[in-house]
Ligand binder design. Sequence first.
Ligand code: 13P
Length: 255
Amino acid sequence: MRTRLIAGNWKMHKTAAEAVTFVHEFRKVLSPSTSIDIVLAPPFVSLFAVQQAMTQEDRFAIAAQNLYWETEGAYTGEVSGSMLQDLGCTYVIVGHSERRHLFGEKNDEVNKKVKAALAHGLIPILCVGETLEEREAGNTQAVVKDQLLKGLSEVGVENIPTIIIAYEPVWAIGTGRAASVEQAEEVHAFLRATLSTEFGEISQDVRILYGGSVSPQNAEALFSCKEIDGALIGKACLDPVVFAKICGLADLAST
Ligand code: 13P
Protein backbone atom coordinates (compact mmCIF):
# COMPACT_ATOMS: atom_id res chain seq x y z
CA MET A 1 0.00 0.00 0.00
CA ARG A 2 1.49 3.32 -1.08
CA THR A 3 1.13 6.20 1.40
CA ARG A 4 -0.61 9.13 -0.25
CA LEU A 5 1.47 12.28 -0.61
CA ILE A 6 0.28 15.85 -1.04
CA ALA A 7 2.88 18.46 -1.97
CA GLY A 8 2.34 22.18 -2.25
CA ASN A 9 4.56 23.92 -4.78
CA TRP A 10 4.53 27.56 -3.75
CA LYS A 11 6.38 28.58 -6.94
CA MET A 12 7.48 32.25 -6.64
CA HIS A 13 5.06 33.19 -3.86
CA LYS A 14 5.39 34.40 -0.26
CA THR A 15 8.18 36.23 1.55
CA ALA A 16 9.92 34.52 4.47
CA ALA A 17 7.60 36.26 6.94
CA GLU A 18 4.53 35.17 4.96
CA ALA A 19 5.93 31.64 4.83
CA VAL A 20 6.20 31.52 8.63
CA THR A 21 2.63 32.81 8.97
CA PHE A 22 1.54 30.00 6.63
CA VAL A 23 3.23 27.38 8.81
CA HIS A 24 1.51 28.70 11.95
CA GLU A 25 -1.90 28.78 10.27
CA PHE A 26 -1.50 25.46 8.49
CA ARG A 27 -0.56 23.74 11.74
CA LYS A 28 -3.81 24.97 13.29
CA VAL A 29 -6.05 23.65 10.51
CA LEU A 30 -4.30 20.40 9.60
CA SER A 31 -5.72 17.30 11.26
CA PRO A 32 -3.12 16.09 13.80
CA SER A 33 -4.03 12.49 13.02
CA THR A 34 -3.33 12.72 9.31
CA SER A 35 -1.88 9.52 7.91
CA ILE A 36 -0.60 10.89 4.61
CA ASP A 37 2.74 12.50 3.73
CA ILE A 38 2.56 16.28 3.35
CA VAL A 39 5.22 18.44 1.76
CA LEU A 40 5.64 22.22 1.55
CA ALA A 41 7.88 23.58 -1.21
CA PRO A 42 8.54 27.27 -0.53
CA PRO A 43 11.01 29.34 -2.56
CA PHE A 44 14.71 28.86 -1.67
CA VAL A 45 14.84 32.09 0.34
CA SER A 46 12.06 30.95 2.70
CA LEU A 47 13.29 27.41 3.33
CA PHE A 48 15.35 28.36 6.36
CA ALA A 49 12.51 30.34 7.92
CA VAL A 50 10.06 27.49 7.36
CA GLN A 51 12.46 24.92 8.77
CA GLN A 52 13.00 27.12 11.84
CA ALA A 53 9.24 27.54 12.32
CA MET A 54 8.64 23.79 12.22
CA THR A 55 8.45 21.67 15.38
CA GLN A 56 8.91 17.96 16.07
CA GLU A 57 5.13 17.54 16.16
CA ASP A 58 4.55 18.94 12.69
CA ARG A 59 3.17 16.42 10.24
CA PHE A 60 4.82 17.95 7.18
CA ALA A 61 8.23 18.04 5.55
CA ILE A 62 9.90 20.56 3.27
CA ALA A 63 11.01 20.47 -0.34
CA ALA A 64 13.01 22.78 -2.54
CA GLN A 65 11.66 23.62 -6.00
CA ASN A 66 14.93 23.03 -7.84
CA LEU A 67 18.64 22.29 -7.30
CA TYR A 68 21.90 22.34 -9.20
CA TRP A 69 23.82 19.12 -9.74
CA GLU A 70 27.27 20.26 -8.61
CA THR A 71 28.01 20.23 -4.88
CA GLU A 72 29.77 23.60 -4.79
CA GLY A 73 31.77 25.91 -7.02
CA ALA A 74 31.58 28.94 -9.28
CA TYR A 75 27.91 28.60 -10.29
CA THR A 76 26.41 32.02 -9.62
CA GLY A 77 22.80 31.89 -8.56
CA GLU A 78 22.63 28.13 -8.13
CA VAL A 79 21.88 26.05 -5.02
CA SER A 80 23.27 22.54 -4.43
CA GLY A 81 21.75 19.38 -3.02
CA SER A 82 24.12 19.45 -0.05
CA MET A 83 22.94 22.97 0.81
CA LEU A 84 19.32 21.84 0.67
CA GLN A 85 20.01 18.80 2.79
CA ASP A 86 21.77 21.03 5.31
CA LEU A 87 18.66 23.25 5.43
CA GLY A 88 16.48 20.29 6.40
CA CYS A 89 14.87 19.57 3.04
CA THR A 90 13.57 16.05 2.61
CA TYR A 91 12.40 16.40 -1.00
CA VAL A 92 13.25 18.42 -4.09
CA ILE A 93 11.06 19.06 -7.15
CA VAL A 94 12.95 18.31 -10.35
CA GLY A 95 12.02 19.05 -13.96
CA HIS A 96 8.86 21.04 -13.28
CA SER A 97 7.29 22.11 -16.58
CA GLU A 98 7.96 25.76 -15.74
CA ARG A 99 11.66 24.91 -15.45
CA ARG A 100 11.50 22.99 -18.72
CA HIS A 101 9.47 25.50 -20.72
CA LEU A 102 10.40 28.90 -19.22
CA PHE A 103 14.02 28.15 -18.38
CA GLY A 104 14.89 25.63 -21.08
CA GLU A 105 15.72 22.66 -18.85
CA LYS A 106 16.42 19.56 -20.89
CA ASN A 107 16.02 15.90 -19.97
CA ASP A 108 19.76 15.38 -19.49
CA GLU A 109 19.90 18.27 -17.00
CA VAL A 110 16.83 16.94 -15.21
CA ASN A 111 18.59 13.58 -14.99
CA LYS A 112 21.72 15.16 -13.44
CA LYS A 113 19.48 16.85 -10.89
CA VAL A 114 17.69 13.59 -10.02
CA LYS A 115 21.05 11.89 -9.46
CA ALA A 116 22.42 14.84 -7.45
CA ALA A 117 19.31 14.85 -5.25
CA LEU A 118 19.72 11.14 -4.48
CA ALA A 119 23.44 11.58 -3.84
CA HIS A 120 22.58 14.12 -1.14
CA GLY A 121 19.84 12.08 0.49
CA LEU A 122 16.99 14.11 -1.01
CA ILE A 123 13.89 12.50 -2.49
CA PRO A 124 13.37 13.78 -6.03
CA ILE A 125 9.85 14.60 -7.18
CA LEU A 126 10.37 14.14 -10.90
CA CYS A 127 7.79 16.03 -12.98
CA VAL A 128 6.68 14.91 -16.43
CA GLY A 129 3.87 16.12 -18.66
CA GLU A 130 2.85 16.94 -22.19
CA THR A 131 1.84 20.26 -23.73
CA LEU A 132 -1.59 20.69 -25.31
CA GLU A 133 0.00 20.51 -28.78
CA GLU A 134 1.70 17.25 -27.89
CA ARG A 135 -1.56 15.80 -26.54
CA GLU A 136 -3.55 16.87 -29.57
CA ALA A 137 -0.93 15.33 -31.85
CA GLY A 138 -1.37 12.01 -30.00
CA ASN A 139 2.13 12.18 -28.49
CA THR A 140 1.32 12.18 -24.79
CA GLN A 141 2.70 8.70 -24.09
CA ALA A 142 5.84 9.22 -26.15
CA VAL A 143 6.58 12.54 -24.41
CA VAL A 144 6.05 11.36 -20.85
CA LYS A 145 7.93 8.10 -21.48
CA ASP A 146 10.90 10.05 -22.83
CA GLN A 147 10.87 12.44 -19.87
CA LEU A 148 10.48 9.57 -17.39
CA LEU A 149 13.17 7.27 -18.73
CA LYS A 150 15.69 10.00 -19.54
CA GLY A 151 15.04 11.58 -16.13
CA LEU A 152 15.77 8.23 -14.48
CA SER A 153 18.70 7.25 -16.66
CA GLU A 154 21.57 5.68 -14.67
CA VAL A 155 19.55 5.82 -11.46
CA GLY A 156 20.19 2.57 -9.61
CA VAL A 157 17.15 0.31 -9.37
CA GLU A 158 17.50 0.38 -5.57
CA ASN A 159 16.61 4.10 -5.68
CA ILE A 160 13.46 3.65 -7.74
CA PRO A 161 10.96 3.05 -4.91
CA THR A 162 12.17 6.24 -3.19
CA ILE A 163 11.56 8.47 -6.19
CA ILE A 164 8.26 10.26 -6.63
CA ILE A 165 6.84 10.96 -10.06
CA ALA A 166 4.46 13.85 -10.69
CA TYR A 167 2.35 13.78 -13.82
CA GLU A 168 1.55 17.40 -14.60
CA PRO A 169 -0.01 17.99 -18.02
CA VAL A 170 1.23 21.44 -19.02
CA TRP A 171 -2.22 22.43 -20.30
CA ALA A 172 -3.74 21.79 -16.88
CA ILE A 173 -1.27 23.88 -14.87
CA GLY A 174 -2.70 27.17 -13.65
CA THR A 175 -5.54 27.01 -16.16
CA GLY A 176 -8.37 25.85 -13.91
CA ARG A 177 -8.77 23.00 -16.37
CA ALA A 178 -7.63 19.86 -14.56
CA ALA A 179 -7.26 16.59 -16.42
CA SER A 180 -10.32 14.39 -16.04
CA VAL A 181 -9.94 11.41 -13.75
CA GLU A 182 -9.92 9.18 -16.86
CA GLN A 183 -7.19 11.23 -18.56
CA ALA A 184 -5.03 11.22 -15.43
CA GLU A 185 -5.69 7.52 -14.76
CA GLU A 186 -4.65 6.56 -18.28
CA VAL A 187 -1.31 8.38 -18.09
CA HIS A 188 -0.60 7.23 -14.52
CA ALA A 189 -1.21 3.60 -15.52
CA PHE A 190 1.04 4.09 -18.54
CA LEU A 191 3.80 5.60 -16.38
CA ARG A 192 3.63 2.69 -13.94
CA ALA A 193 3.67 0.15 -16.77
CA THR A 194 6.71 1.92 -18.22
CA LEU A 195 8.46 1.83 -14.85
CA SER A 196 7.60 -1.86 -14.45
CA THR A 197 9.06 -2.74 -17.83
CA GLU A 198 12.24 -0.83 -17.04
CA PHE A 199 12.73 -1.58 -13.33
CA GLY A 200 10.50 -4.55 -12.53
CA GLU A 201 8.17 -5.30 -9.65
CA ILE A 202 9.77 -2.67 -7.38
CA SER A 203 7.95 -0.01 -9.44
CA GLN A 204 4.73 -0.88 -7.60
CA ASP A 205 6.12 1.12 -4.66
CA VAL A 206 6.65 4.34 -6.65
CA ARG A 207 4.17 7.07 -5.85
CA ILE A 208 2.76 8.86 -8.87
CA LEU A 209 1.17 12.23 -8.11
CA TYR A 210 -1.17 14.22 -10.31
CA GLY A 211 -0.69 18.00 -10.71
CA GLY A 212 -2.59 20.65 -12.62
CA SER A 213 -5.49 22.73 -11.24
CA VAL A 214 -6.15 20.43 -8.29
CA SER A 215 -8.67 22.06 -5.95
CA PRO A 216 -10.95 21.03 -3.08
CA GLN A 217 -13.67 20.67 -5.73
CA ASN A 218 -11.95 18.02 -7.86
CA ALA A 219 -9.60 16.42 -5.32
CA GLU A 220 -12.05 13.82 -4.03
CA ALA A 221 -12.71 12.40 -7.49
CA LEU A 222 -8.99 12.36 -8.32
CA PHE A 223 -8.08 10.62 -5.06
CA SER A 224 -10.75 7.98 -5.59
CA CYS A 225 -8.67 6.69 -8.49
CA LYS A 226 -6.32 3.90 -7.42
CA GLU A 227 -3.63 5.02 -9.87
CA ILE A 228 -3.37 8.47 -8.26
CA ASP A 229 -1.17 8.44 -5.16
CA GLY A 230 -1.55 12.10 -4.32
CA ALA A 231 -1.11 15.53 -5.80
CA LEU A 232 1.36 18.29 -6.54
CA ILE A 233 -0.56 21.48 -6.01
CA GLY A 234 0.14 25.05 -7.14
CA LYS A 235 -2.45 27.76 -6.64
CA ALA A 236 -4.58 25.86 -4.12
CA CYS A 237 -1.62 25.32 -1.76
CA LEU A 238 -1.06 29.00 -1.03
CA ASP A 239 -3.98 29.28 1.36
CA PRO A 240 -3.43 27.09 4.46
CA VAL A 241 -7.14 26.37 4.89
CA VAL A 242 -7.59 25.27 1.26
CA PHE A 243 -4.40 23.22 1.31
CA ALA A 244 -5.41 21.53 4.59
CA LYS A 245 -8.79 20.73 3.04
CA ILE A 246 -7.12 18.91 0.14
CA CYS A 247 -4.83 17.08 2.58
CA GLY A 248 -7.95 16.05 4.53
CA LEU A 249 -9.59 14.69 1.38
CA ALA A 250 -6.47 12.66 0.56
CA ASP A 251 -6.44 11.33 4.09
CA LEU A 252 -10.10 10.38 3.87
CA ALA A 253 -9.51 8.57 0.58
CA SER A 254 -6.74 6.55 2.24
CA THR A 255 -8.94 5.08 4.96
P1 13P B 1 -1.75 24.63 -10.29
O1 13P B 1 -2.27 23.77 -9.17
O2 13P B 1 -1.75 26.11 -9.96
O3 13P B 1 -2.38 24.31 -11.60
O4 13P B 1 -0.18 24.26 -10.44
C1 13P B 1 0.20 22.94 -10.53
C2 13P B 1 1.66 22.85 -10.46
O5 13P B 1 2.36 23.28 -11.36
C3 13P B 1 2.25 22.26 -9.26
O6 13P B 1 3.62 22.02 -9.43
